[in-house]
Design a protein around this ligand. Structure first.
Ligand code: CA
Length: 226
């Protein structure tokens, strides 16, 4: 069973999250204190941590920083009440895997949780390795090579490729990418997808201006050809 640790000091929020996530069949442990949360995360195995930013004891940034320093690989979603861009960037720099700004909808949070868990948990049915041209991708090891060169690819880029490959030859829309890879339930920023695709092309295509694998489908999205 997937275990989620919720570190959130606001009682209604904490209970609401717990009830809703238990309803989705997750096993939930909660605490309202940052230091206690850190202790739990160090002591017990979790598949995911939902971490509030402003907390008594240690704040969310500190908890996240300490866990990552100790080499923890448990994914962390920051729950932040402040919406400013600098907090988001800082949150991601301390190693959080994603953030969600309060107030958020439950549907959105669940989608984000699923995306992150899919990234870290094994995919029983889907393929683990693929080769095309001189590119070799291993989804098990999150490793990608072009020729002998190891590519510096982000987890999101792997997920974009995975979605491409699952839907090989079909057009995948920007909205579908945002839903499946980012866990978004509304789509204000389709340009985000274009930026990531451009970076991915730089890495895997021989000539990014004349792509052979990631093809633009005018007005629709993109498709992948092997
Ligand atoms: Ca708080």
């Amino acid at each position: 069973m997937t275990r989620i640790l919720i570190i959130e000091d606001e009682p209604d929020m904490r209970r609401g999250l717990q009830d809703n996530l238990e309803f989705e069949d997750y096993e939930i442990v909660t605490t309202g204190n940052g230091s206690e949360g850190l202790r739990l995360a160090q002591k017990e195995p979790f598949d995911l941590i939902l971490l509030d930013l402003m907390l008594p004891g240690l704040d969310g940034m500190e908890v996240c920083r300490k866990l990552k320093e100790e080499g923890s690989t448990v994914p962390i979603i920051m729950l932040t009440a402040r919406g400013s861009e600098s907090d988001k960037v800082e949150g991601l720099l301390t190693g959080a895997d994603d953030y969600i700004t309060k107030p958020f909808g439950l549907k959105e949070l669940l989608a984000r949780i699923k995306v992150i868990l899919r990234r870290v948990q094994p995919h029983p049915s889907s393929l683990r390795e693929i080769e095309f041209s001189d590119v070799k991708i291993s989804f098990d090891k999150y490793e990608a090579k072009k020729g002998e060169t190891l590519l510096d690819m982000s987890p999101r880029e792997f997920e974009i490729l995975r979605l491409f490959i699952d839907r090989e030859g079909e057009t995948v829309t920007r909205e579908e990418f945002l839903k499946e890879v980012w866990g978004y339930t509304s789509f204000p920023q389709t340009r985000t997808v274009d930026n990531h695709i451009a970076k991915l092309r730089q890495k895997i295509e021989d000539d990014p201006d004349q792509p052979k694998h990631i093809i633009t489908v005018h007005r629709m999205g993109y498709k992948f050809l092997r």
